[in-house]
Design a protein around this ligand. Structure first.
Ligand code: GTP
Ligand code: MG
Length: 148
């Protein structure tokens, strides 16, 4: 089954919306297979955001993601990568529709509450960057009979 990496950023943790965000993905029918509250190191931040190294806001990005704890998660389900991105809304919360996570909770692009992998390749890369294999669990949820 497809997996994606989602992370409540430091602003989302401080705003107290971890529970609301987890609830949205649970209600949708996705399955949580790993989660932890953690402090991102500068080294991990630079690896995670390597694709943005040349962007002018790279320094701000690293400062921000290391500025407080994040809630890192791995979610599983059919088409979870693209569906989670839809549920998050556009990168800039001012363009994100109401009903999406960024549309409901965010105001500025620099503090947009949540990160989500944007492709199968980035999901695989980010999951192994943030989680050890033994921190992820495989289990059968009986409710899946009513989801799929
Ligand atoms: P992520 O899920 O966080 O990767 O967001 P995304 O895939 O929707 O956007 P992208 O990967 O293009 O950018 C990564 C992050 O950089 C965004 O989530 C924003 O927090 C931040 N970002 C993007 N553009 C800007 C900008 O112009 N200024 C600042 N300060 N941050 C930006
Ligand atoms: Mg991105």
């Amino acid at each position: 089954m497809e997996r994606t990496f989602l992370m409540v950023k430091p602003d989302g943790v401080q705003r107290g919306v971890i529970g609301d965000i987890v609830a949205r993905f649970e209600r949708k029918g996705f399955q949580l297979v790993g989660a932890k509250l953690m402090q991102v190191s500068r080294e991990l931040a630079e690896q995670h955001y390597a694709e943005h190294k040349e962007r002018p806001f790279f320094g701000e990005l690293v400062e921000f993601i290391t500025s407080g704890p994040v809630f890192a998660m791995v979610w599983e389900g059919e088409n979870v990568i693209a569906t989670a991105r839809q549920m998050m809304g556009k990168t800039n919360p001012q363009e994100a529709l109401p009903g999406t996570i960024r549309g409901d909770f965010g105001l500025t692009v620099g503090k947009n509450i949540i990160h989500g992998s944007d492709s199968k390749e980035s999901a695989a890369r980010e999951i192994q960057l943030f989680f050890k294999e033994e921190e992820l669990v495989s289990y059968n949820k009986l409710i899946n009979e009513w989801v799929y």
